[in-house]
Design a protein around this ligand. Structure first.
Ligand code: GDP
Length: 233
């Protein structure tokens, strides 16, 4: 043991360690956000399914999440429920072709595979479309769709194709613009307006979010709970 170590092992050293731990804790482990209704509920991974017709018990309202690969879908799901490791953030985008179901007491969050992966073959694209259209057409308890778009980019051809599929489904859709922290405070509303215009959406049909700064996360959680409650009523 060094002389410095010996000095720290007394009461003064212990006091120093307690102060250090206290000062570090809030930043490294932000606790549950009391304004986010999804943070205080237990959540459980139900399973990954390749078939849109899968039966999950009990039947509860489903809220589906969809967006282009790398849009920030896994990060958003994790931020929404306050569990950093729940949905896996993509190391290899486009590889997942499964529907991931997460159960909260009164609803399911359903993570649909990301689209628009540049290297996907024609067959893979057709398989993807079949899975998603099958899901959108057959889920009788689909209460809402959270459609994610990266706020920095113009909608791609795949985004516009998805918008048509979502419109055909007749299900309520909330467009969520992700990664808002990447823009400046003054640039953000301008860009949000531009992107909403490009998609033909009103301001009440969009939600700005950042999984990094947590902007818009508790608002989105409240919208999800309200959509599920409307479906159950
Ligand atoms: P997914 O493929 O749609 O599931 O996207 P991921 O959640 O895996 O995110 C893709 C990349 O975007 C990762 O490098 C994330 O760290 C990053 N990312 C996701 N959300 C945000 C955000 O809100 N802000 C910033 N700056 N980066 C983000």
């Amino acid at each position: 043991m060094t002389a410095a170590g010996k000095r720290d092992s007394g009461a003064a050293g212990q006091e120093k360690r307690r102060v250090g731990a206290h000062r570090g804790a809030p930043l490294s482990h932000p606790g549950p956000d009391p304004s986010n209704p999804l943070h205080v509920q237990p959540i459980q991974f139900v399973g990954s399914f390749p078939d849109a017709h899968v039966r999950v018990e009990p039947e509860l309202p489903e809220i589906a999440f969809i967006g282009r690969s790398n849009v920030g879908k896994s990060s958003l799901l994790n931020a929404l429920v306050g569990r950093p490791g729940l949905a896996r953030t993509s190391g290899s985008p486009g590889k997942t072709t499964l529907l991931n179901f997460y159960r909260l007491p009164e609803l399911y969050l359903v993570d649909l595979p990301g689209y628009g992966f540049a290297r996907a073959s024609k067959g893979a694209r057709a398989g993807y479309r079949k899975l998603v259209t099958g899901y959108l057409r057959t889920r009788s308890s689909l209460a809402g769709i959270v459609w994610l778009l990266d706020i920095r980019h113009q909608p791609s051809a795949d985004d516009l194709e998805m918008q048509e599929l979502l419109a055909e489904s007749g299900c309520p859709v909330l467009a969520v613009f992700t990664k808002a922290d990447k823009l400046t405070r003054s640039g953000l509303p301008v860009r949000a307006h531009e992107l909403a215009e490009a998609l033909g959406l009103r301001q009440d049909q969009i939600q700005l979010t950042s999984s990094q700064s947590k902007m818009g996360i508790s608002e989105l959680a409240s919208s999800i709970v309200a959509a599920a409650e409307r479906e159950s009523a």
